[in-house]
Design a protein around this ligand. Structure first.
Ligand code: NAI
Ligand SMILES: O=C1[C@H](O)[C@H](O)[C@@H](O)[C@H](O)[C@H]1O
Length: 345
């Protein structure tokens, strides 16, 4: 029996997820959509050739008999209320990051989910399903380089539009590094400082770009994270972990290597949709498989959404203060124990 999915927000990533469910994944179909811009929803259905019903709002879609599970792919500020409605209705929910734009909102969702009594919320931190990051995790856990001491990482994009603001470098972009490094290290953050190098001439007047974010973890690992969103050459995600006895790095993306005219070259991807396509496919397939079995979800949890929100808040404070700001996390409820008990695919 196919898992019947309702999609709330049919914009860029909403359409991507609709397409993957209908064209690449198994065990699910899109049966319902809603969007505050109905024309966007109708256009998405038409563009993707999907027959699904339009609902006037999130609550109507969540309550629909033909919906077993929800994709929340609306704008970040709308996520919290919709996720809470889904939990209230007992519907599984895949929520794109951020789970909520506030730590308090994430705590409320965790409380709701714990009261419901089963993990039915998965957050769209897809890098945990990326092959390269899975290899990094295996390397760290096997201590092949000893204990990790430092991490140098970079989140680079060729350009951003005028709507992109300095705080979005944290809440929209660095949030991926915040989640994946917390997952890789299994270590909480304790402080953050934000530095602004010389401004990129391609950055619009309102935007501070690039940014360097220095994070420290409970075990003392120091992380230097670069966010550059007007770097022109491509969409390039880098991660190098320095350990006691060696270094391990995120593998480069696969590319043809061309030797010509005395030079050799490989391609740099230009788009996050392409860079993480396999990871998006896997995170959604894992979600579908677990919903089909009515299991407690084991993908990225609401707790991880909370960690990202608390850390983002501290980063935003550090953006303004220029000082080293503390990151204070509450202890993780046992309900959200992090080990993944089964092979998820
Ligand atoms: N995991 C990842 O790599 C990515 C995650 N995202 C996240 O996904 C979410 C959506 O991002 P995009 O698709 O780029 O945005 P978008 O602006 O392209 O699409 C958002 C859609 O939601 C609709 N919408 C807004 N408020 C709504 C509401 N209250 N109810 C229903 N629909 C509503 C808008 O009309 C629009 O069609 C964001 O939270 C973003 O951070 C986006 C891109 C990549
Ligand atoms: O979530 C995303 C994308 O996955 C990209 O990694 C970021 O560069 C973008 O800012 C954000 O929307």
């Amino acid at each position: 029996m196919s898992v019947r999915i309702g999609v709330i927000g049919t914009g860029a990533i909403g359409k991507e997820h609709m397409k993957r469910v209908e064209q690449r994944l198994s065990g699910a179909k899109i049966t319902a959509v809603t969007d505050v811009n109905p024309a966007a929803a109708e256009e998405a259905l038409h563009e993707l050739g999907i027959k699904a019903n339009f609902y006037p709002n999130d609550q109507a879609l969540i309550d629909a008999e033909e919906v077993d599970a929800i994709f929340v792919t609306s704008i970040g500020p709308a996520h919290e209320a919709t996720v809470r409605k889904a939990i209230e209705a007992g519907k599984y929910v895949f929520c794109e990051k951020p789970l909520s734009v506030t730590a308090k909102g994430c705590k409320t969702i965790m409380q709701d989910e714990m009261e419901y009594g089963k993990r039915i919320v998965q957050v769209g931190f897809m890098r945990q399903f990326d092959k390269g990051y899975e290899q990094l995790k295996q390397a760290i856990d096997s201590k092949v380089i000893g204990e990790p001491l430092m991490i140098k990482c970079a989140h680079r994009a060729p350009e951003v539009d005028a709507a992109y603001t300095t705080d979005m470098a944290i809440t929209d972009t660095l949030i991926h590094e915040i989640n994946i490094l917390h997952w890789l290290l299994a270590d909480n953050y304790v402080s953050v400082q934000v530095l602004y190098p010389r401004k990129n001439k391609h950055a619009l007047p309102h935007l501070r770009d690039p940014q360097v974010i220095l994070l420290e973890t409970e075990s003392g690992v120091l992380i230097q994270a670069e966010v550059s969103v007007n770097i022109k050459y491509g969409y390039d995600i880098q991660c190098e972990i320095v350990g006691e006895e060696g270094i391990v790095s995120l593998p480069e993306t696969e590319s043809l290597k061309i030797r010509h005219n005395g030079k050799q070259s490989t391609d740099v991807l230009q788009d996050w949709k392409v860079r993480f396509q396999d990871a998006y496919d896997k995170e959604i397939q894992v979600f579908i498989n677990q919903v089909a079995k009515q299991e407690a979800l084991q993908g990225p949890s609401a707790w991880e959404g909370y960690v990202a929100a608390v850390t983002s808040d501290a980063c935003l404070k550090a953006q303004e203060s220029g000082q080293r700001e503390p990151i204070e996390l509450e202890s993780m409820p046992a309900f959200y124990s992090t080990e993944r008990k089964v092979q998820l695919l």
